[in-house]
Design a protein. Structure first.
Length: 72
């Protein structure tokens, strides 16, 4: 039993230190086109990340830009 508790605590610690949850709410009536499209994707998270990274590249955003913003 202690192993399960240890695993749970280790997982929770990892989540707290390394992950961040971002949520997107869509209206079933007005955003149905988006919902249907996302439902057709095998990997929604990967798809959304790829779209964001493509947009970042298109705009010339780099990690250095982000680091400089954090120093202000």
């Amino acid at each position: 039993m202690k192993t399960k508790e240890y695993d749970y605590r280790a997982t929770q610690k990892y989540i707290k230190e390394n992950l961040r949850n971002i949520s997107l709410m869509c209206n079933k009536k007005y955003d149905d086109d988006i919902l249907v499209w996302l439902d057709s994707q095998d990997n929604k998270q990967g798809y959304l990340k790829a779209l964001i990274r493509a947009d970042m590249a298109r705009q010339g955003f780099t990690r250095k830009d982000n680091e400089q913003e954090g120093e202000k």
